[in-house]
Design a protein around this ligand. Structure first.
Ligand code: FEO
Ligand code: CA
Ligand code: CA
Ligand code: CA
Length: 641
């Protein structure tokens, strides 16, 4: 049995612990980058014509902010440290659904101390809610929600220390993860899940998937159960979300590596071993976080070394058709996908922005070959096109570099499966853990949360700079300017000519989170739009509302002490892209991450996810903690988005 308490270990800390990266001497780069920070400041000033628009980056003072009336309809909420949800005056919240609540009337009842048994565990709402989107199908509102991972300790008997002891245990864990499609409706008692709706559906770790795009059918994807390499089972570690213009849901497979392991020493070919190393797939005989491989040979690398090549993708789901087979879109690359932010370029091509959430990994963009027309053929839009990776220059310009066979020396299929390796070949910019990307619907710009990076600029004992998984030293660079970045920042970019399909962009930092009450000056104080009233760390989830306000959700340190004093629990804030003003709107219960945001069709309700709360949220003393989706409304039922 593993001695590691996985319920207390984040995925990035697990990576750091299990997969230490190589050292490399790069003293000169540190000096270069320190100089470049001055260039960045100069660039920010130059970039600030129409100052209110792009001026909040690292400029001191935002006079535009003081002069303009606030666009927020609420007073700032104070930081909170207790075990429940808070919203500002004039708003109210309610629980819509908790992990284990029934989707079907034949679902087993939730036991407050033991949860849900295996039989029927695929008939309830999954655990650890994350990205979500609401779709209007006719008059029916369908909420589609990711269940990112499971907390083994609260799903399995206490004496098992969070580890499965049987195939039955594994099945239960598999059933609680994946994606839920559920009809929701607002009645006299608020919003409820419509139990037994014909649209209700659980997609989990054994649901049949179609593999499509350049990697489909490649030898790297063939297994003993699927010699065609085109049909896999399950979608894994479904983190952030996205939606296509044609009304399908995109679920994003993030820390898929943790589901695979081996029961025997491995002898792997060079390509496979290099891929496992780059993606953090464990090659040691060890039960790991889930120990699926101990009971389900499909996850045992000594038997099925290609199975991990079938995870780590963007998966498209049609919520309107409960019988549809989800499609793994390999053209959009394989990495630790956070979310997928789609936008239609002026000429009709579909652009999808994507982040790879690991320290020192990259930001990506897909551009379709064909154009989108409402009601037209959309079948090629996520399979025929070009994948790019971002290069940020210190002069506040940037380039999308195409990942082509010519420039990477890899085939189209290899680029799709080992996308990280292809991106390193073209010298992409290492980022501080790209989490959600969001596209402003009211201006041609997009934002990415760079949540934190404890290794950025940090040194090993021999003085060398710590590296990413590719062995690239993570020296500070302009969009990631802080060593040992505990707070995170949000980078934004404006595509050339307002065209998201363009190859170049200009960028700045919308905000660097920080703590000016602890650090009176310097980069740890944060940008000018951070003040004692709106402190937060580790921006992660992000969505724009239809009015062009950006909603920022956090997944960070909620100790409320030291560097994090005054920040309180994880939270959701609203940002004004024009003035730079940021205001705290909502706080989650302690222990939780606030993640996932979408709106009802009438924009009078926000749906907000509360992931991994501490006990006993929301059911009270003695009950298991339950990740939940809450609704937030104005008490006057006015618009909220
Ligand atoms: Fe699942 Fe990067 O958050
Ligand atoms: Ca996240
Ligand atoms: Ca996170
Ligand atoms: Ca999470």
């Amino acid at each position: 049995m593993s001695q590691i308490n996985y319920d207390e270990l984040s995925f990035d800390d697990e990576d750091e612990m299990k997969y230490p990266r190589a050292h490399r001497q790069e003293f000169d780069d540190v000096v270069d980058r320190a100089i470049s920070r001055r260039g960045f400041l100069g660039g920010a000033l130059a970039f600030g014509s129409g100052a209110a628009v792009m001026g909040t980056g690292l400029l001191s003072g935002t006079s535009a902010q003081a002069q303009q009336a606030s666009r927020f309809a609420f007073e700032q909420l104070a930081p909170q440290t207790d075990g429940t949800v808070h919203v500002p005056g004039g708003y109210e919240w309610d629980v819509l659904v908790r992990w284990g609540d029934p989707l079907f009337s034949d679902a087993p009842a939730f036991d407050a101390s033991t949860g849900i048994p295996t039989a029927g565990s695929d008939r309830v709402f999954g655990e650890n809610t994350d990205g979500m989107e609401l779709f209007l199908v006719g008059d029916t509102e369908l909420l589609v929600v990711n269940s990112e991972y499971v907390n083994g300790k609260i799903n399995l008997p206490p004496d098992q220390e969070g580890q499965p002891a049987s195939a039955d245990d594994v099945t239960r864990l598999q059933n609680f993860q994946g994606v839920t499609v559920m009809e929701v409706a607002e009645g006299d008692d608020g919003w409820e899940v419509v139990v037994d709706s014909p649209y209700n559906r659980r997609i989990h770790h054994r649901t049949p998937m179609q593999i499509e795009g350049p990697a489909a059918g490649h030898d790297l994807l063939k297994t003993s159960a699927d010699p065609s390499g085109t049909a896999s089972l399950g979608t894994f570690n479904n983190c952030g979300s996205g939606r296509t213009p044609w009304g399908t849901y995109l679920t994003c497979e993030e820390n898929f590596n943790g589901y695979f392991g081996t029961t025997a020493d491995l002898s792997l070919d060079e390509t496979t071993a290099a891929g496992f190393s780059r993606y953090g797939v464990s090659m040691e005989v060890d039960p790991g976080r889930y120990n699926y491989h101990g009971f389900d040979p499909r996850f045992d690398l000594s038997k099925e070394p290609n199975e991990p090549h079938r995870a780590g993708y963007i998966v498209e789901i049609d919520p309107a058709d409960p019988a549809s087979t989800p499609i793994k879109r390999t053209a959009l690359g394989r990495f630790k996908h956070e979310n997928a932010a789609s936008v239609v370029a002026p000429d009709g091509r579909v652009v999808v922005y994507m982040g790879d959430d690991e320290r020192g990994e990259y930001m990506y963009k897909w551009v379709s070959r064909d154009t989108y027309t409402p009601g037209g053929d959309t079948s090629t839009l996520l399979s025929e096109g070009q994948l790019f990776v971002a290069k940020f220059n210190d002069d506040m310009t940037g380039t999308w570099i195409a990942l082509t066979p010519e420039d990477t020396g890899m085939s189209e299929a290899e680029i799709a499966v080992f996308t990280r390796i292809a991106a390193t070949e073209v010298s992409a910019t290492t980022m501080d853990r790209p989490e959600w990307i969001a596209v402003n619907p009211t201006a041609a710009e997009a934002y990415c949360c760079l949540t934190n990076n404890s290794r950025r600029g940090d040194k090993n004992e021999d003085g060398s700079i710590k590296t990413n998984a590719a062995g690239e030293p993570m020296v500070v660079n302009a969009p990631n300017p802080r060593e040992i970045n505990r707070y995170g920042q949000i980078v934004r970019w404006r595509p050339h000519n307002g065209d998201h399909a363009a190859a170049t962009f200009e960028w700045d930092l919308y905000v660097m989170a920080g703590n000016p009450t602890v650090y009176s000056e310097g980069l740890y104080a944060g940008t000018a739009n951070i003040n004692a009233g709106n402190l937060f760390n580790s921006p992660d989830g992000m969505q724009f509302d239809s009015s062009g306000l950006v909603w920022i959700q956090t997944d960070g340190n909620d100790d409320n002490e030291g560097d994090f004093l005054g920040m309180g629990n994880n939270q959701m804030l609203a940002g004004d892209p024009v003035t730079g003003e940021i205001r705290r709107f909502m706080t989650g219960p302690n222990g939780s991450e606030v993640t996932g945001l979408t709106w009802s069709a009438d924009k009078r309700t926000m749906f907000v996810g509360i992931q991994h709360p501490a006990a006993p949220f929301p059911d009270g003393e003695g009950a298991l903690p339950r990740s939940s989706i809450v609704t937030v409304k104005r008490t006057d039922n006015a618009l909220v988005g």
